[in-house]
Design a protein around this ligand. Structure first.
Ligand SMILES: Cc1cc2nc3c(=O)[nH]c(=O)nc-3n(C[C@H](O)[C@H](O)[C@H](O)COP(=O)(O)OP(=O)(O)OC[C@H]3O[C@@H](n4cnc5c(N)ncnc54)[C@H](O)[C@@H]3O)c2cc1C
Length: 511
């Protein structure tokens, strides 16, 4: 079984080979502070180190090469990070040691366990990484993983990413057909086990009880099913797994209290609300989706680009723009002769300027309407919205101009399309509280201190980025792996995963 948790889920479902992956070897980073771009090339060849030297000088290259060798050598931190699957890696490694399967591996990790669960900056300090540019580079890598800098990102995934990028023959994989093919593989696998995907079905409430209604006094808040927005009630035979962000889940639970005299239920829901209120969050996104004629553009255009000011904090407001042009790999995604492009500010757009367009300026934790209904988008007509949207999208246009200088002219041509999404769009389509990327460490904490799957309510489990190990598809898959792990190793209980997604548009495709 591979170490990538997303691969583990696909392997467990038996659909890993149904995806047609296109291999590629890297991406371009454009530093706006000096106008220089450099290519991050995967594999163990000299290309990346040469690019680092051309960009930042020989000292950066030297420190990188020494650091990489130490990390990737036998017994190094990157190798140690592969010994424990991410779903078993917790802040408390001793808890994992109780799982016999991992005891031997943990013994091999030895003192590196502490390092792996702490912030990545501690690893850099240990190995004497002093070069300013190199430290910024690792802030960038950490940010790509977690939306946070290296001082606030757990070392294990960054160390693992170093290995994944720089080992012999390492390549990047693009799923042909886009994210939808990945989603389809998950859905096919789920259906193979008797599951069913039901789209456009917002869960309005869950059915809660105090466990005393079937003659067996349990005195425990219990979840028995869900009620959809159209009133349909679905009974859970085993339980409900909820991957709505924790803040939204708290709201669903509050709406689900039908009898305030059921103190056990009320207290359990208050517990989830407190957990949500205590959890800090990362910022939101601006999105630019365009389709435009590709005539005259180079055939070897890179698909992926990051545009940022590397002399500034990588987490600074609107600093990091990510661009992808998937039609470089998969022309079938656009009409012949056209490219599609998505650019977004990566979790570095504050929600605050947008709150005023919500009723009473507050996000109540649910959209409350179908995302495309007139009521859901009423804010678009409010004074100042259009102007703010245009102003905040400017950084995206400027970033895209670094890759396609005449893009603003191209999108005026026949057959082109331009769609701009704001943090409100992100919130609405993805039903994400305040349009957030996901959780962030609490003030004073280095890394995430995220809850596990249990909610304090029997038969209601949480999954997704608000659970350990956090943001990102591998992390989210790992939160699901924990169930698979329970099933395969202990057979303690079979939980049925009910997937209720309101739509099938992946986060990356927001209109
Ligand atoms: C622009 C962008 C780029 C990204 N790029 C990457 C990347 O390259 N690599 C990577 O690993 N990660 C990436 N991520 C992060 C990754 O997409 C997220 O961490 C991951 O999708 C979170 O999964 P989740 O299941 O926890 O939450 P979500 O993906 O938000 O899923 C929750 C689902 O629940 C639904 N929902 C909410 N409330 C209800 C309700 N009441 N009833 C029914 N359904 C409901 C929502 O509509 C949503 O579909 C990116 C994210 C964004 C926004």
């Amino acid at each position: 079984m591979g170490t990538n948790p997303l691969r583990q889920v696909l392997d467990a479902l038996g659909t890993a080979d149904e995806i047609d992956w296109k291999n590629y070897d890297g991406w371009l980073v454009h530093d706006t502070s000096d106008g220089k771009a450099f290519k991050v090339t995967t594999g163990d060849g000299p290309e990346f180190e040469q690019a680092l030297e051309a960009k930042a000088g020989p000292q950066t290259r030297k420190e990188f090469a020494e650091f990489k060798d130490k990390m990737l050598q036998k017994g190094g931190v990157s190798i140690a990070s592969t010994f424990i699957p991410p779903f078993a890696l917790r802040g408390d490694l001793s808890a994992v040691a109780t799982l016999f399967k991992y005891t031997i591996k943990l013994l091999r990790i030895g003192s590196k366990g502490q390092l792996l669960t702490g912030p990545f900056t501690k690893v850099m300090d240990l190995y004497d990484v002093k070069d300013k540019f190199l430290r910024t580079w690792f802030d960038y890598l950490a940010f790509a993983l977690s939306g946070l800098d290296a001082a606030h990102t757990q070392a294990a995934p960054v160390a693992y990413m170093m290995l994944d990028l720089h080992k012999k023959d390492a390549v990047l994989d693009y799923p042909m057909g886009g994210m939808d093919s990945l989603i389809q593989a998950l859905v096919t696998g789920m259906e193979r086990y008797g599951g069913r995907l039901q789209l456009n079905s917002r869960v309005e409430r869950v059915v809660l009880g105090d466990g005393n209604d079937n003659g067996k006094s349990k005195n425990k808040a219990t979840c028995k099913g869900v009620i959809l927005a159209d009133g349909t009630s679905i009974k859970a035979r085993k339980g409900v797994v909820c991957n709505a962000p924790l803040w939204n889940m708290a709201r669903i639970l509050e709406d689900s209290i039908t009898d305030t005299s059921q103190e056990i239920v009320v207290d359990a829901v208050k517990g989830v609300r407190k957990r949500a209120d205590d959890m800090c969050m990362t910022k939101s996104f601006m999105h630019l989706h365009i389709g435009f004629p590709k005539d005259g553009l180079p055939d070897d255009l890179e698909c992926h680009h990051s545009v940022l000011d590397m002399s500034d904090d990588v987490t600074a407001e609107q600093n990091m723009v990510i661009i992808s042009i998937p039609t470089v790999f998969d022309p079938s995604l656009a009409p012949k002769g056209y490219h599609v492009l998505h650019a977004y500010t990566a979790a570095c757009d504050s929600f605050e300027p947008w709150s005023e367009f919500l009723d009473d300026g507050v996000d109540i934790g649910k959209v409350g309407h179908s995302p495309s209904s007139a009521a859901a988008v009423a804010y678009k007509k409010e004074k100042g919205y259009k102007e703010l949207k245009e102003a905040r999208a400017e950084v995206l246009w400027k970033a895209v101009e670094r890759v396609i200088p005449d893009v603003r002219d191209r999108v005026k041509r026949k057959g082109s399309i331009v769609m701009v999404g704001t943090p409100l769009t992100h919130r609405r389509y993805n039903q994400r509280f305040r349009g957030t990327y996901g959780p962030a460490p609490a003030p004073g904490k280095d890394v995430w201190d995220l809850p596990g799957a249990t909610t304090g309510i029997e038969n209601l489990l949480a999954a997704g980025d608000c659970c350990f190990p956090g943001i990102g598809l591998p992390g989210v898959a790992a939160s699901v792996c924990r169930y698979l792990y329970c099933l395969s190793s202990f057979c303690i209980r079979v939980y049925l995963t009910s997937i209720y997604r309101s739509n099938r548009v992946p986060s990356q495709q927001i209109h």
